[in-house]
Design a protein around this ligand. Structure first.
Ligand SMILES: NC(=O)c1ccc[n+]([C@@H]2O[C@H](COP(=O)([O-])OP(=O)(O)OC[C@H]3O[C@@H](n4cnc5c(N)ncnc54)[C@H](OP(=O)(O)O)[C@@H]3O)[C@@H](O)[C@H]2O)c1
Length: 322
Protein backbone atom coordinates (compact mmCIF):
# COMPACT_ATOMS: atom_id res chain seq x y z
CA UNK A 1 0.00 0.00 0.00
CA UNK A 2 0.97 3.67 -0.40
CA UNK A 3 2.20 5.48 2.71
CA UNK A 4 3.91 8.72 3.62
CA UNK A 5 7.22 7.86 5.29
CA UNK A 6 10.26 9.64 6.70
CA UNK A 7 13.40 7.90 7.97
CA UNK A 8 15.15 10.92 9.52
CA UNK A 9 14.09 14.00 11.44
CA UNK A 10 14.34 17.08 9.24
CA UNK A 11 12.50 19.21 6.75
CA UNK A 12 9.73 18.58 4.18
CA UNK A 13 12.17 16.85 1.80
CA UNK A 14 12.30 13.91 4.23
CA UNK A 15 8.65 13.12 3.47
CA UNK A 16 8.23 10.63 0.66
CA UNK A 17 5.60 8.31 -0.75
CA UNK A 18 6.64 4.68 -0.21
CA UNK A 19 5.13 1.28 -0.85
CA UNK A 20 4.90 -0.69 2.40
CA UNK A 21 3.11 -3.82 3.68
CA UNK A 22 -0.64 -3.45 4.22
CA UNK A 23 -1.14 -4.03 7.97
CA UNK A 24 -3.20 -6.94 9.39
CA UNK A 25 -5.44 -6.19 12.39
CA UNK A 26 -4.84 -8.06 15.69
CA UNK A 27 -7.85 -9.50 17.56
CA UNK A 28 -8.78 -6.18 19.25
CA UNK A 29 -7.95 -3.96 16.25
CA UNK A 30 -9.72 -2.63 13.18
CA UNK A 31 -8.26 -2.17 9.69
CA UNK A 32 -9.23 1.24 8.31
CA UNK A 33 -9.13 2.47 4.74
CA UNK A 34 -7.91 6.03 5.35
CA UNK A 35 -9.76 8.69 3.33
CA UNK A 36 -8.35 11.93 4.78
CA UNK A 37 -5.88 13.40 7.29
CA UNK A 38 -5.39 16.86 8.70
CA UNK A 39 -2.08 18.49 9.56
CA UNK A 40 -1.46 19.89 13.03
CA UNK A 41 1.54 21.68 14.57
CA UNK A 42 2.36 18.32 16.22
CA UNK A 43 2.99 16.79 12.77
CA UNK A 44 5.51 19.52 12.02
CA UNK A 45 7.30 19.06 15.35
CA UNK A 46 7.40 15.27 14.93
CA UNK A 47 8.91 15.69 11.45
CA UNK A 48 11.56 18.08 12.78
CA UNK A 49 12.12 16.11 16.01
CA UNK A 50 11.75 19.40 17.93
CA UNK A 51 11.90 20.27 20.75
CA UNK A 52 14.67 17.69 21.25
CA UNK A 53 12.91 16.36 24.38
CA UNK A 54 10.18 14.72 22.24
CA UNK A 55 12.84 12.37 20.81
CA UNK A 56 12.84 10.57 24.18
CA UNK A 57 9.32 9.36 23.34
CA UNK A 58 9.29 9.30 19.53
CA UNK A 59 12.78 7.95 18.76
CA UNK A 60 16.23 9.13 19.86
CA UNK A 61 18.15 8.50 16.63
CA UNK A 62 15.25 8.81 14.20
CA UNK A 63 11.45 8.62 14.14
CA UNK A 64 10.09 5.34 15.64
CA UNK A 65 6.96 5.85 13.55
CA UNK A 66 8.09 6.09 9.95
CA UNK A 67 4.54 7.05 8.88
CA UNK A 68 3.02 10.19 10.48
CA UNK A 69 0.50 9.71 13.31
CA UNK A 70 -2.36 12.16 13.96
CA UNK A 71 -5.83 13.00 12.62
CA UNK A 72 -7.69 10.80 10.15
CA UNK A 73 -11.12 9.85 8.88
CA UNK A 74 -11.83 6.60 7.04
CA UNK A 75 -13.88 3.44 6.53
CA UNK A 76 -13.51 0.16 8.44
CA UNK A 77 -12.34 -2.53 6.05
CA UNK A 78 -12.17 -5.47 8.47
CA UNK A 79 -12.25 -6.13 12.22
CA UNK A 80 -10.23 -8.40 14.56
CA UNK A 81 -11.79 -11.55 16.08
CA UNK A 82 -12.86 -9.95 19.37
CA UNK A 83 -14.18 -6.65 17.98
CA UNK A 84 -17.95 -6.28 18.32
CA UNK A 85 -18.27 -2.46 18.35
CA UNK A 86 -17.66 -1.96 14.60
CA UNK A 87 -18.33 -3.73 11.30
CA UNK A 88 -16.84 -3.35 7.82
CA UNK A 89 -18.21 -0.25 6.13
CA UNK A 90 -18.51 1.84 9.33
CA UNK A 91 -17.13 5.37 8.85
CA UNK A 92 -14.79 6.33 11.69
CA UNK A 93 -12.40 9.08 12.71
CA UNK A 94 -9.91 9.76 15.50
CA UNK A 95 -6.49 11.03 16.46
CA UNK A 96 -3.94 8.21 16.32
CA UNK A 97 -1.20 8.62 18.93
CA UNK A 98 0.75 5.53 17.92
CA UNK A 99 -0.15 3.94 14.55
CA UNK A 100 0.87 5.72 11.35
CA UNK A 101 -2.24 7.02 9.56
CA UNK A 102 -0.93 9.16 6.67
CA UNK A 103 -1.31 6.15 4.36
CA UNK A 104 -3.90 4.02 2.54
CA UNK A 105 -4.63 1.58 5.40
CA UNK A 106 -4.01 1.70 9.13
CA UNK A 107 -4.70 -0.57 12.10
CA UNK A 108 -5.86 0.86 15.43
CA UNK A 109 -7.34 -0.63 18.60
CA UNK A 110 -11.13 -0.59 18.18
CA UNK A 111 -11.52 1.33 21.46
CA UNK A 112 -9.43 4.21 20.04
CA UNK A 113 -11.79 5.09 17.14
CA UNK A 114 -15.34 6.48 17.01
CA UNK A 115 -18.02 6.88 14.35
CA UNK A 116 -17.36 10.01 12.32
CA UNK A 117 -19.97 12.81 12.11
CA UNK A 118 -22.72 11.65 9.74
CA UNK A 119 -23.22 15.13 8.33
CA UNK A 120 -19.57 15.82 7.44
CA UNK A 121 -17.30 14.56 4.65
CA UNK A 122 -14.15 12.59 5.48
CA UNK A 123 -12.10 15.74 4.77
CA UNK A 124 -14.10 17.84 7.25
CA UNK A 125 -14.19 15.02 9.85
CA UNK A 126 -10.39 14.60 9.68
CA UNK A 127 -10.07 18.31 10.50
CA UNK A 128 -11.54 17.82 13.98
CA UNK A 129 -9.88 15.35 16.39
CA UNK A 130 -6.67 16.91 17.80
CA UNK A 131 -7.62 20.60 17.57
CA UNK A 132 -11.22 19.91 18.63
CA UNK A 133 -10.20 17.87 21.69
CA UNK A 134 -7.76 20.59 22.70
CA UNK A 135 -10.48 23.25 22.48
CA UNK A 136 -13.01 21.13 24.40
CA UNK A 137 -10.59 20.20 27.19
CA UNK A 138 -9.36 23.81 27.49
CA UNK A 139 -12.88 25.16 27.97
CA UNK A 140 -14.54 22.36 29.94
CA UNK A 141 -11.70 20.92 32.06
CA UNK A 142 -8.99 23.58 32.44
CA UNK A 143 -11.19 26.68 32.03
CA UNK A 144 -14.30 25.32 33.82
CA UNK A 145 -16.38 27.57 31.55
CA UNK A 146 -19.99 28.17 32.58
CA UNK A 147 -22.89 29.53 30.56
CA UNK A 148 -23.06 33.34 30.67
CA UNK A 149 -19.34 33.82 31.35
CA UNK A 150 -17.13 36.05 29.23
CA UNK A 151 -14.11 34.59 27.49
CA UNK A 152 -11.18 36.08 25.60
CA UNK A 153 -9.53 33.84 23.00
CA UNK A 154 -6.13 35.21 22.03
CA UNK A 155 -4.98 33.71 18.71
CA UNK A 156 -8.48 32.62 17.72
CA UNK A 157 -8.06 31.96 14.01
CA UNK A 158 -6.28 28.59 13.73
CA UNK A 159 -7.64 25.08 14.15
CA UNK A 160 -7.73 25.20 17.95
CA UNK A 161 -8.91 28.82 17.97
CA UNK A 162 -11.93 28.41 15.69
CA UNK A 163 -13.14 25.27 17.52
CA UNK A 164 -12.67 27.10 20.82
CA UNK A 165 -14.93 29.94 19.62
CA UNK A 166 -17.57 27.49 18.37
CA UNK A 167 -17.58 25.28 21.51
CA UNK A 168 -17.56 28.31 23.84
CA UNK A 169 -20.61 29.70 21.97
CA UNK A 170 -22.33 26.28 22.26
CA UNK A 171 -21.60 26.41 26.03
CA UNK A 172 -23.34 29.79 26.27
CA UNK A 173 -20.33 32.10 26.69
CA UNK A 174 -19.82 35.64 25.38
CA UNK A 175 -16.75 35.32 23.14
CA UNK A 176 -14.13 37.93 22.25
CA UNK A 177 -11.74 36.61 19.58
CA UNK A 178 -8.34 38.17 18.84
CA UNK A 179 -6.71 37.38 15.48
CA UNK A 180 -5.15 39.20 12.53
CA UNK A 181 -7.32 41.13 10.06
CA UNK A 182 -6.75 38.52 7.33
CA UNK A 183 -8.23 35.83 9.60
CA UNK A 184 -11.30 37.77 10.77
CA UNK A 185 -13.55 35.80 8.45
CA UNK A 186 -12.69 32.56 10.30
CA UNK A 187 -13.59 34.11 13.65
CA UNK A 188 -16.74 35.60 12.07
CA UNK A 189 -17.79 32.22 10.60
CA UNK A 190 -17.20 30.68 14.04
CA UNK A 191 -19.72 33.21 15.47
CA UNK A 192 -17.48 35.19 17.85
CA UNK A 193 -19.38 38.09 19.48
CA UNK A 194 -16.46 40.54 19.25
CA UNK A 195 -13.48 40.24 16.89
CA UNK A 196 -10.31 42.29 17.44
CA UNK A 197 -7.07 42.61 15.47
CA UNK A 198 -3.89 42.02 17.49
CA UNK A 199 -1.98 44.31 15.10
CA UNK A 200 -4.16 47.36 15.90
CA UNK A 201 -3.45 49.25 19.09
CA UNK A 202 -6.99 50.71 19.07
CA UNK A 203 -8.40 47.18 19.06
CA UNK A 204 -6.20 46.03 21.94
CA UNK A 205 -7.29 49.14 23.87
CA UNK A 206 -10.86 47.83 23.57
CA UNK A 207 -10.04 44.65 25.53
CA UNK A 208 -12.17 44.40 28.66
CA UNK A 209 -12.34 42.06 31.65
CA UNK A 210 -12.98 38.32 31.23
CA UNK A 211 -13.80 35.29 33.38
CA UNK A 212 -11.60 33.05 31.23
CA UNK A 213 -8.70 33.84 28.89
CA UNK A 214 -7.15 31.27 26.55
CA UNK A 215 -3.67 31.99 25.15
CA UNK A 216 -3.51 29.95 21.93
CA UNK A 217 -1.15 31.86 19.65
CA UNK A 218 1.21 34.81 19.84
CA UNK A 219 3.02 36.11 22.91
CA UNK A 220 2.09 38.29 25.86
CA UNK A 221 3.63 38.21 29.32
CA UNK A 222 1.39 36.80 32.08
CA UNK A 223 0.85 40.30 33.52
CA UNK A 224 -0.96 41.29 30.30
CA UNK A 225 -3.52 38.50 30.76
CA UNK A 226 -3.69 39.14 34.53
CA UNK A 227 -4.76 42.75 33.82
CA UNK A 228 -7.77 41.50 31.83
CA UNK A 229 -9.03 38.80 34.22
CA UNK A 230 -12.08 39.27 36.43
CA UNK A 231 -11.77 38.45 40.14
CA UNK A 232 -11.34 34.66 40.46
CA UNK A 233 -10.66 34.41 36.73
CA UNK A 234 -8.70 31.67 34.97
CA UNK A 235 -5.98 31.93 32.31
CA UNK A 236 -5.15 28.79 30.32
CA UNK A 237 -2.06 28.68 28.12
CA UNK A 238 -2.56 26.33 25.18
CA UNK A 239 0.20 27.28 22.76
CA UNK A 240 1.88 30.11 20.90
CA UNK A 241 5.39 31.43 21.30
CA UNK A 242 7.72 29.27 23.46
CA UNK A 243 8.07 32.17 25.96
CA UNK A 244 4.31 32.22 26.51
CA UNK A 245 4.28 28.47 27.24
CA UNK A 246 7.36 28.59 29.51
CA UNK A 247 6.06 31.56 31.53
CA UNK A 248 2.69 29.92 32.12
CA UNK A 249 4.36 26.72 33.34
CA UNK A 250 7.07 28.30 35.49
CA UNK A 251 5.58 31.59 36.73
CA UNK A 252 1.87 30.77 36.54
CA UNK A 253 1.47 28.83 39.81
CA UNK A 254 3.46 31.46 41.79
CA UNK A 255 1.55 34.41 40.27
CA UNK A 256 -1.67 32.62 41.18
CA UNK A 257 -0.68 32.50 44.88
CA UNK A 258 -0.39 36.30 45.04
CA UNK A 259 -3.35 37.34 42.90
CA UNK A 260 -6.21 34.94 43.69
CA UNK A 261 -6.33 34.19 39.97
CA UNK A 262 -5.53 30.86 38.31
CA UNK A 263 -2.82 30.47 35.66
CA UNK A 264 -2.64 27.05 34.01
CA UNK A 265 -1.06 25.25 31.06
CA UNK A 266 -2.97 22.65 29.10
CA UNK A 267 -1.59 19.41 27.71
CA UNK A 268 -4.51 17.96 25.76
CA UNK A 269 -5.14 14.22 26.12
CA UNK A 270 -6.22 12.02 23.24
CA UNK A 271 -9.58 10.75 24.50
CA UNK A 272 -12.01 8.93 22.14
CA UNK A 273 -14.96 9.90 24.39
CA UNK A 274 -14.19 13.55 23.66
CA UNK A 275 -13.91 12.81 19.94
CA UNK A 276 -17.40 11.30 20.19
CA UNK A 277 -18.71 14.46 21.88
CA UNK A 278 -17.23 16.50 19.01
CA UNK A 279 -18.88 14.22 16.41
CA UNK A 280 -22.26 14.79 18.10
CA UNK A 281 -21.67 18.56 18.22
CA UNK A 282 -20.85 18.52 14.50
CA UNK A 283 -24.04 16.57 13.71
CA UNK A 284 -26.04 19.07 15.81
CA UNK A 285 -24.62 21.95 13.76
CA UNK A 286 -22.51 23.33 16.63
CA UNK A 287 -19.08 22.52 15.15
CA UNK A 288 -18.07 23.54 11.62
CA UNK A 289 -14.51 22.75 10.49
CA UNK A 290 -13.05 25.56 8.40
CA UNK A 291 -10.93 24.11 5.60
CA UNK A 292 -8.25 26.08 3.78
CA UNK A 293 -7.12 23.50 1.22
CA UNK A 294 -7.09 19.81 0.30
CA UNK A 295 -3.93 18.16 -1.10
CA UNK A 296 -3.70 14.62 -2.54
CA UNK A 297 -1.53 12.21 -0.50
CA UNK A 298 1.15 12.35 -3.22
CA UNK A 299 1.55 16.10 -2.55
CA UNK A 300 2.20 15.66 1.17
CA UNK A 301 5.39 17.78 1.04
CA UNK A 302 3.46 20.71 -0.44
CA UNK A 303 0.71 20.26 2.14
CA UNK A 304 3.18 20.39 5.07
CA UNK A 305 4.95 23.37 3.48
CA UNK A 306 1.70 25.27 3.06
CA UNK A 307 0.69 24.55 6.67
CA UNK A 308 4.12 25.65 7.94
CA UNK A 309 4.00 28.89 5.91
CA UNK A 310 1.31 30.21 8.29
CA UNK A 311 -0.68 31.40 5.26
CA UNK A 312 -3.48 28.82 5.55
CA UNK A 313 -6.86 30.25 6.48
CA UNK A 314 -8.26 27.07 8.03
CA UNK A 315 -7.23 23.43 8.27
CA UNK A 316 -4.90 21.87 5.70
CA UNK A 317 -6.22 18.46 4.63
CA UNK A 318 -4.64 15.49 2.87
CA UNK A 319 -7.09 13.44 0.83
CA UNK A 320 -6.71 9.83 -0.11
CA UNK A 321 -9.83 9.72 -2.27
CA UNK A 322 -9.07 9.56 -5.99
N1 LIG B 1 -1.60 22.39 24.70
C1 LIG B 1 -1.93 21.46 23.83
O1 LIG B 1 -2.18 20.30 24.20
C2 LIG B 1 -2.00 21.82 22.38
C3 LIG B 1 -2.73 21.03 21.47
C4 LIG B 1 -2.83 21.45 20.13
C5 LIG B 1 -2.17 22.61 19.72
N2 LIG B 1 -1.44 23.32 20.62
C6 LIG B 1 -0.76 24.57 20.24
O2 LIG B 1 -1.76 25.55 19.99
C7 LIG B 1 -1.29 26.48 19.03
C8 LIG B 1 -2.32 26.64 17.94
O3 LIG B 1 -2.51 25.41 17.26
P1 LIG B 1 -3.41 25.38 15.95
O4 LIG B 1 -3.55 23.96 15.56
O5 LIG B 1 -4.63 26.20 16.15
O6 LIG B 1 -2.45 26.13 14.94
P2 LIG B 1 -2.79 26.72 13.51
O7 LIG B 1 -4.05 26.15 13.00
O8 LIG B 1 -1.56 26.54 12.73
O9 LIG B 1 -3.03 28.28 13.82
C9 LIG B 1 -2.09 29.18 13.49
C10 LIG B 1 -2.71 30.58 13.57
O10 LIG B 1 -2.03 31.33 14.55
C11 LIG B 1 -2.24 32.70 14.26
N3 LIG B 1 -1.13 33.53 14.75
C12 LIG B 1 0.10 33.58 14.25
N4 LIG B 1 0.81 34.49 14.92
C13 LIG B 1 0.00 35.03 15.86
C14 LIG B 1 0.16 36.03 16.85
N5 LIG B 1 1.32 36.69 17.01
N6 LIG B 1 -0.88 36.33 17.67
C15 LIG B 1 -2.06 35.68 17.51
N7 LIG B 1 -2.27 34.73 16.59
C16 LIG B 1 -1.24 34.41 15.76
C17 LIG B 1 -2.36 32.76 12.73
O11 LIG B 1 -3.52 33.46 12.40
P3 LIG B 1 -3.55 35.06 12.28
O12 LIG B 1 -3.84 35.34 10.84
O13 LIG B 1 -4.68 35.44 13.18
O14 LIG B 1 -2.22 35.58 12.73
C18 LIG B 1 -2.53 31.32 12.29
O15 LIG B 1 -3.66 31.15 11.46
C19 LIG B 1 0.07 25.94 18.54
O16 LIG B 1 1.09 26.61 19.25
C20 LIG B 1 0.04 24.47 18.96
O17 LIG B 1 1.33 23.95 19.17
C21 LIG B 1 -1.35 22.96 21.93
Amino acid sequence: MKAVTYDRYGSFEELKISTIEKPIPKDDEVLISIKANSINKANLLLLQGKPAMIRLFYGLKGPKNKTPIGDFSGVIESVGKTVTSFKPGDEVFAESSSSGVFCEYAVLKAKKVVLKPKTLSHEASAAIPLAGQTALQALRDAGKLKSGQSILIYGASGGVGTYTIQIAKAMGAHVTAVCSQRSHNQAYQSKADVILDYNKKDDLDRLGQYDLILGINGYHPLRFYQKHLNRGGIYVCIGGDGRQIAQAMLQGPIRGLFTGLTFKSLVAKNNPQDTEILANMADQGQLHPIIDSVFPLEHVQKAYQHYASGKALGKVIISNTP
